[in-house]
Design a protein around this ligand. Structure first.
Ligand SMILES: [Zn+2]
Length: 725
């Protein structure tokens, strides 16, 4: 970073001083790079001598660096070397010569991209004197499948934005764009035979009445596919079935079990309206659609989803049930396998290979299908042991829609796509990995901040050698940011941008803050009293509302976080959990209810909300001695689409011996499981009491009711604090 600033200053002060690139860095890290004696003096005039196989790459190179192909002292060679593997390349920078050798256009493209990371590109590169240290790179990928999933359904992304991402993928030697094109909330690809898919299915009416959507015409798609091809990127389209198909059913209601007319979905989640598996016209429809999709995408692969398909309607549909009986299937899971196999057989006749999410292995793995493992690594392990190829993208490391609290840069960097459970011969069925950018909570303008810098770690996991050093990577990241700046990437943070560590000691809260990037500055505001720089841990002796944010940020999404402290008699007291919170939402563990910190009104993932899945909350607070109090309050979160409901009932009890309790408060009928939105609700008892032990029981609502999209599944109770005043 400092060196770049230095160069910048040089540029501004004296235009004639040369830029010297003496120790270039590249992400993903090349397998081998050695610096040699001497310098190559960059010039916009250079003779380009290329093998005829690399005509398109030569054009790309000329345009990228504004090079005039004229007879000059400098020569750039694109040489064919048949001894190299498909994506392998040599890049040699000698005095007056740059040589890229590869056996395929993909290899040449990787060489060009490495060069692009070495040469300090800016608007008027031609007017600068640039000297690059002579060097040699020998490089090839560890995995052949290095992908990014872009969900253009939950939020539509403009054609130019998709092209920009293709460019960014190429820059980091990723080679697959997994393009998610159909969803509950929008159908995004023009299908001539079924025009309603885009007339109706591409648009949803948001709650405020606004019409939202968009789609890609066949012309758009051809343009994008060509753009990708010219950069060595393969686009794999995803057409979801049998679930995530509300938009298609909204367009053509006969595709569902009920035939009822429904609307394109506006909420996020898993929905029970899916394609009917008993109706042959559904298969005719899907085959017609796939035929048009195949015509547009040259890739050998078609992703058909296959995930999250609730079987509720199939269980109650006479056509589906008849299919189960006629085909001797064991229930709805085998009906799903039947569905996938029928599509797989169709794709085989078109010479295409089916890829599906790991649910498609339930009820038997379709022959030759590629499994994309997302619910952990297990699906990939089962696939590999069965000699099916697998792509690893577990939610634990690869879901870039998740907050940095869950998946930060270092965690992505620690990802190892080959599970220990596999033998060497089984491992070769793991063909690579993908990072998944689901867009429920990320419209186009937020995508950069989610994908970057995490994709840098993923590119290195999938390309570079297995042995890695995070500290060394961090140093290269610092030198990489200015390159991203030049490409206009509005990258986010490396880890949770603002993380509070609070302790309660001697009647005061002490809050220290961990920063998401080492170089960021923070400012804070206490009870709306004005902004101050954060330099040392903060201390508070009364109820406080603290707001912290990044100072002087140029990011599009500026980190800001607030913290609310409540002083009360339960603070830091001993708790006894009679039921267990879920490990995914453990918050401050046994301290959660008595740490003085309230959970957010709209974010149940803020680290203060504790979740109980399918079980009640039953916790005893031991105040240490008999204590007078006049209020008990606890609050709960509801967001029914994430299956989080208010409790069925709440009970407060007191005891002096910790064994026999008497009830002082009871309230039921507090939950409306279909009430929309995210909200927090508090339940208070008022009255003069005195006790040593106070017990809180909150009854889990139980299974989700019939009218819920995920009817029959367990629900969550989320609680943040138990206030004793
Ligand atoms: Zn049906």
């Amino acid at each position: 970073m400092i060196r770049y600033l230095f160069f910048l200053l040089l540029l501004l002060s004296c235009q004639d001083k040369p830029i010297v690139v003496s120790n270039p860095t590249i992400i993903p890290k090349p397998v081998k790079m050695i610096l040699n004696e001497g310098f190559y003096n960059w010039s916009s005039n250079a003779q380009i001598i290329s093998d005829s196989l690399f005509v398109s790459e030569k054009k790309y190179f000329q345009k990228l660096f504004s090079i005039q192909d004229v007879k000059e002292k400098n020569t750039v060679y694109f040489k064919k070397n048949n001894l190299l593997l498909k994506e392998e390349y040599f890049l040699k920078i000698l005095e007056n010569q740059i040589i890229i050798e590869a056996s395929s256009p993909n290899g040449i493209m990787h060489g060009i991209q490495s060069l692009r990371q070495i040469v300090p590109i800016n608007e008027n590169i031609s007017s600068k004197k640039i000297s690059i240290n002579c060097l040699e790179i020998h490089d090839f990928p560890r995995f052949k499948w290095r992908g990014l999933l872009l969900d253009c359904c939950r939020h539509f992304m403009q054609k130019d934005f998709v092209k920009r991402y293709i460019d960014l993928l190429a820059f980091h030697k990723m080679n697959i764009l997994h393009w998610h094109l159909t969803e509950d909330q929008g159908w995004r690809i023009e299908i001539e035979k079924y025009p309603k898919l885009t007339e109706i299915g591409a648009w949803r009416e948001n709650k405020d009445g606004e019409k939202y959507g968009g789609f890609y015409t066949k012309k758009d798609i051809r343009e994008i596919v060509l753009y990708a091809e010219n950069r060595g990127i393969e686009i794999v389209p995803e057409i979801e079935l049998p679930g995530h198909s509300v938009a298609a059913i909204a367009s053509y209601p006969h595709l569902s079990c009920t035939g009822d007319s429904i609307k394109v979905e506006t909420d996020w989640g898993v929905f029970k309206d899916i394609y009917c598996a008993g109706n042959d016209s559904v298969f005719t429809f899907l085959e017609d659609v796939l035929e048009e999709v195949i015509e547009l995408f040259p890739s050998k692969y078609i992703h058909i989803g296959g995930d999250e398909a609730p079987k509720y309607h199939w269980e109650n549909c006479s056509k589906c049930q008849k299919r189960i009986i006629n085909n001797n299937l064991k229930g709805e899971h085998e009906l799903q396998s039947y569905f996938i196999k029928r599509i797989s057989d169709f794709l085989k006749t078109k010479n295409k290979v089916l890829i599906g999410w790991d649910e498609i292995i339930e009820g038997g793995i379709p022959e030759n299908a590629i499994i994309q493992s997302w619910r952990g690594m297990e699906g990939g392990i089962v696939a590999a042991k069965n000699q099916n190829q697998a792509i690893m993208s577990p939610t634990s490391h690869c879901y870039f829609d998740y907050d940095l609290d869950a998946i930060n840069l270092e965690k992505v960097y620690s990802f190892e796509p080959i599970p220990k459970e596999l033998s060497q011969s089984e491992s070769k069925f793991i063909i690579g990995g993908e990072c998944n950018m689901w867009s429920e909570r990320a419209p186009q303008e937020l995508i950069d901040s989610k994908v970057f810098p995490r994709i840098l770690a993923m590119s290195e996991v999938l390309w570079s050698e297995k042995e890695k050093d995070y500290t060394e990577f961090s140093n290269r990241i610092e030198k990489h940011y200015p390159k991203l700046d030049k490409l206009g990437v509005n990258y986010g943070y490396e880890k949770t941008p603002i993380k509070f560590n609070s302790t309660f000691k001697e009647n005061e809260f002490i809050v220290s803050i961990e920063k998401g990037n080492s170089k960021m500055n923070l400012e804070y505001n206490v009870n709306n009293q004005g902004w101050k720089d954060y330099l040392v841990p903060l201390k508070f002796k009364k109820n406080t509302n603290l707001i912290v944010k990044e100072k002087n940020s140029k990011r599009k999404v500026v980190a800001t976080k607030n913290l609310e402290f409540n002083f009360h008699k339960g603070l830091d007291k001993k708790t006894i959990y009679k039921t267990n919170y879920n490990p995914s939402y453990q918050a401050d563990k046994e301290k959660t209810l008595v740490n003085g910190v309230a959970g957010s009104n709209h974010n149940f993932r803020d680290g203060q909300w504790q979740g109980f899945y399918g079980t009640d909350v039953d916790v005893i607070i031991d105040l240490g001695e008999k204590t007078k109090f006049s209020e008990l309050s606890s609050s709960y979160f509801q967001y029914h689409l994430s299956w989080i409901l208010l409790p069925k009932s709440i009970e407060y009890l007191i005891s002096d011996n910790g064994e026999t309790f008497s009830r002082i408060f009871y309230k039921d009928q507090i939950c409306n499981p279909m009430q929309e939105g995210k909200f927090k609700e508090q339940f208070s008892y008022h009255g003069e009491q005195s006790a040593r032990y106070i017990r809180l029981k909150a009854k889990n609502y139980g299974t989700l009711p019939k009218q819920h999209p995920a009817a029959g599944s367990n629900s969550w109770v989320f609680i943040d604090e138990f206030i004793i005043q």
